[in-house]
Design a protein around this ligand. Structure first.
Ligand code: ZN
Length: 196
């Protein structure tokens, strides 16, 4: 079971990097396992993830389980808070997607288009104001939003998606970014047509 989870974490990490949702060591993912969560270590580039790059932490006490010389991602409070917010959240994916972040910085309210998005992403995403990365304030706001919405956009920062499984949380991250890209293309097309 533990090995299966770790293999999934490696696979999802590489898929996130391959999709361009993060650059360098940004972004972090975790998976619940009983009273613990496995979370990526600090400084890891997701594209280079290995099984040994994930650290077990107690969700309640937010302390590293056992002995580890490596530090967990600085966003561990956010991940722990999401698991505490809802029992059915088993995966948390945090990325820095280009289109979502750009549209939010431009003041555009993100809206999903189409049947597929409604099925996978639910209503338009929750939005959280800017709080320092890794802070308890950010963790609290994201967990509160994630309790009612599986897709949470962070001002001047990025995206958090949650899910019952790896595929669900990853799919939401990939599709949300694609929807943002589509929204931008749609806005540009409307502008081009109206200027003719
Ligand atoms: Zn971040």
């Amino acid at each position: 079971m533990e090995k299966k989870i770790l293999r999934e974490l490696v696979m999802v990490s590489r898929q996130i990097a391959a999709a361009g949702l993060v650059v360098g060591s940004s972004g972090n993912i975790s998976c619940r396992h009983g009273p613990y969560m496995y979370i990526k270590r600090s400084g890891l580039w997701l594209e280079r993830a290995k099984i040994s790059d994930f650290i077990a932490m107690d969700i309640k006490t937010k302390t590293v389980a056992g002995k580890s010389s490596r530090r967990p991602s600085c966003e561990f409070p956010l991940h722990a808070a999401c698991y505490q917010a809802r029992e059915d959240i088993h995966w948390v994916v945090h990325t820095h997607p280009l289109y979502i972040t750009a549209l939010m910085q431009a003041g555009v309210r993100l809206r999903w288009q189409g049947f597929e998005a409604a099925m996978i992403l639910g209503d338009s995403p929750a939005e959280v104001a800017f709080f320092s990365p890794g802070s308890e304030a950010l963790a609290e706001q994201v967990a509160r939003a994630a309790a009612v919405h599986p897709v949470v956009c962070l001002q001047v920062h990025g995206l958090v998606t949650v899910g019952a499984g790896a595929a669900e949380a990853l799919h939401r991250s990939l599709l949300a970014e694609r929807m943002a890209q589509m929204q931008l293309l749609s806005l540009q097309a409307q502008r081009a047509i109206s200027s003719v």
